[in-house]
Write a protein that binds this ligand. Structure first.
Ligand SMILES: Nc1ncnc2c1ncn2[C@@H]1O[C@H](COP(=O)(O)OP(=O)(O)OP(=O)(O)O)[C@@H](O)[C@H]1O
Ligand SMILES: [Mg+2]
Length: 502
């Protein structure tokens, strides 16, 4: 038997009497990239948190370099060379990038003073190695989600990891950044670092991984060389049945026949939006495509009252509306699923039910009995979306903070869908959700459009954009530079070329 760098055997773990990992075996070999796949709630993060010393297994054994280890704390794991980039960030926005990377491990000067300069120099070296251009001196709060993700990776690398766990590292990266990350992974691999790679993006898994392990309901289904599997087989292992591809291709309807639902004229905003004009018609899904940080999220935030408008106007059904905060936007029939869902979308201490019902209650959309809201109706709506998006939970009264990362994302999505908005703004709604839910979200967008509503969609997965948008607007440095009908774009590659400015 080849000697493994990690050998986890018969790992079992329960939370409050619910077993989430059942006798899982997992091996990692030196210098391999091993993809760990499965639906939201399958147990991927839990298995990795056990390897990172955050959780302890109820039973089973862990060997590192074939020696039995007891990873009772995170320092035990670090001492054994295990580092992890988490699905949920644990960063401090008010500190600089360098300070975040070296948090609790700061360099000290001879007088034991904090040596920020040393941290910055070291951070710069790591970024140079990674081939990314981030100024270590700037505040973390200035960075977009994608760049924060890269900072997290730099942090793991600064810990001299031999075993690097990446829990959905590309979730908020663009194509180009993903490429940069893959180059980095290949470089690390050459240096003998072993990588465990968790992702819900099927295409990329085959580009980067040597082997694939699939979990379903806390059990290991298969471990296999990537070259012996294809996407279809992987999906079948993940969901446990054959997947139905939906084949509908969006067509641009004749705009003359369509009522204008939302019109934006010469919008100028505090952040990242310059002289933007656009129209969204009833029954349309409009894509806003651009490289990360070109103003697409800022534009959406402006429509939702989260990016102050300096000049220009917004009209809904031909009437000028003044939007200065999200409440006004919601009243005007707009809902937004934000990109940064964990921070902007949920109260982690509250239950699934409370979280989903929040906007419905605010908007007075739930029937009332005398002065009280109709609790039964509320539960019905919640149950409908829990089922539709397949939110993995034993009850709708479960605390949201205890759900897996992807299931939390689904709760935010459910929360806004349940308000039944006229205009839905979706910023990367499929990030972090499993293959089944991705399809469901696409189907929901189509259904809303069919009902005559309008959707504005941002995604870095160009395939998704092409599968659902009638029209696509290209945004660059906050300006709309081009508008394309879906039928005018032949392929994903072509759209990517357009984005790259080719
Ligand atoms: N601290 C906890 N307390 C209670 N239950 C938990 C806890 N952590 C995880 N779970 C449960 O364990 C199960 C597996 O969660 P885990 O986070 O490992 O899933 P995952 O495969 O990483 O999913 P995702 O793709 O959504 O990130 C879920 O049902 C989740 O609710
Ligand atoms: Mg997870």
């Amino acid at each position: 038997m080849e000697s493994a760098i990690v050998r986890m055997s018969d790992i079992t773990k329960s939370f409050n009497h619910v077993t989430v990992l059942k006798k899982v075996n997992f091996e990692l070999y030196p210098g391999e990239v091993h993809a760990l796949l499965g639906e939201n709630g399958a147990g991927k993060s839990t298995l990795m948190k056990i390897l990172r010393g955050i959780y302890q297994p109820d039973s089973g054994e862990i060997r590192i370099q074939e020696k039995v280890v007891h990873l009772n704390t995170t320092s035990d794991a670090l001492n054994n060379g295990v580092a992890m980039v988490f699905q949920e960030f644990s960063q401090v926005p008010t500190l600089t990038v360098a300070q975040n990377i070296f948090l609790t491990r700061e360099f000290r000067s001879k007088l034991n003073l904090l040596d920020d300069h040393q941290c910055e120099v070291r951070a710069k070296e790591i970024f140079d190695d990674m081939g990314v251009d981030i100024d270590p001196k700037q505040l973390l709060s200035n960075l977009s989600t994608g760049y924060r993700q890269l900072t997290e990776i730099a942090k793991a690398l600064s810990q001299n990891a031999r075993i690097l766990i990446l829990d959905e590292p590309t979730a908020s990266l663009t194509e180009t950044e993903t490429q940069a990350l893959f180059n980095l992974i290949r470089r690390l691999k050459k240096n003998g670092i072993s990588i465990i790679y968790i992702s819900h993006r099927m295409e990329e898994i085959f580009k980067i991984s040597d082997r694939i392990t699939i979990l379903r309901d806390g059990q290991k289904i298969v471990t296999e060389d990537a070259k012996n599997l294809n996407i279809q087989q992987v999906i079948e292992h993940i969901i446990g049945q054959k997947k139905q591809e939906s084949k509908e291709i969006p067509v641009s309807r004749d705009e003359k026949d369509q009522q204008v639902l939302l019109e934006i004229n010469h919008l100028e905003c505090e952040r990242g939006v310059h002289d933007v004009s656009l129209k969204l018609h009833c029954g349309e899904v409009l894509g806003i495509a651009g490289l990360m940080g070109n103003g697409q999220s800022e534009l959406m935030q402006a429509i939702f009252g989260m990016n102050p408008i300096r000049a220009g106007e917004i009209l809904i059904r031909e009437k000028i509306v003044k939007i200065t905060d999200p409440a006004m936007s919601m009243k005007a029939g707009i809902a937004m699923i934000p990109e940064d869902r964990r921070n902007k979308g949920l109260i982690l201490m509250h239950t699934i039910r409370e979280n989903i019902m929040m906007p419905m209650i605010k908007l007075n959309r739930l029937p009332r009995r005398k002065f009280f809201i109709d609790e039964k109706k509320g539960s019905q709506v919640v149950n409908h979306y829990v089922k539709r998006l397949n939110i993995r939970c034993d009850s709708i009264y479960k605390q949201v903070g205890l759900l897996s990362g992807g299931n939390q994302q689904k709760v935010v999505i459910a929360k806004w869908l349940s308000t039944n908005p006229d205009i839905l703004l979706m910023d990367e709604p499929t990030v972090g959700v499993d293959i089944g839910a991705k399809q469901e979200i696409i189907d929901i967008m189509r259904a809303l459009a069919k009902e005559g509503k309008g959707v504005i969609f941002i995604t870095s997965e160009l395939k998704e954009m092409l599968s659902v948008c009638n029209r696509i607007m290209i945004i660059q440095n906050g300006h709309i530079t081009r508008e394309l009908k879906n039928s005018e774009i032949q392929s994903e590659e072509r759209l990517n070329q357009i984005l790259q400015g080719a």
